[in-house]
Ligand binder design. Sequence first.
Ligand SMILES: C[S@@+](CC[C@H](N)C(=O)[O-])C[C@H]1O[C@@H](n2cnc3c(N)ncnc32)[C@H](O)[C@@H]1O
Length: 187
Amino acid sequence: MGFFHEKENVEKYIKMAEGFDGKELIKELTDFLPTQSSILEIGIGPGVDFLILEQYFQVTGSDNSQVFVDRFKQRHPSANVLNLDAVSLKTEIKYQGLYSNKVLHHLSRDQLKQSILRQADILQTNGIICHSFWQGDKEENMDGLLFIYYTMEQLQALFQEHFQILKMEQYQEMEPNDSIYLIAKKK
Ligand SMILES: C[S@@+](CC[C@H](N)C(=O)[O-])C[C@H]1O[C@@H](n2cnc3c(N)ncnc32)[C@H](O)[C@@H]1O
């Protein structure tokens, strides 16, 4: 059982994350992905970004925590939300875009490599990805939850085989330059 599979942890996380969203990130994405494109959000959590993405795109939400999936479905019964793991991404549908905000740092380095391969598989030709990460060069484990911080160089090395990086920038989530987002196109 992972951290986000426990109701208590989910409620704690939601309180802690209050006031944060991916509005700026999504605004950047709209420069590269046409409105009304199909997009899969990986790791919707409480669904704050899902509701913003919905204003621009045809969104499918996903998370591997059934607690988050059920919680969101209860509040938004008509939303399209799947239980999907970010590593295996078991879906037959090919999307025009993939989006995650502070999700992929919970994967091990090997799992992130597998996820990147699968992301290329489930994207249509010229598909676009937009992901954010914590910036740094360290690993932490908090109550069984893995956090891997990445530098721009490390992200470039990880994604460049399958994706052409269109934009990669540092930004502030809580402290100056604590985060990086990247937008890239499937090669
Ligand atoms: C920081 S939250 C994301 C918040 C979300 N972007 C929002 O707008 O509220 C991280 C999410 O990633 C999910 N997650 C972690 N590992 C995952 C995996 N292997 N596959 C799918 N989702 C995962 C967690 O369940 C959690 O919902």
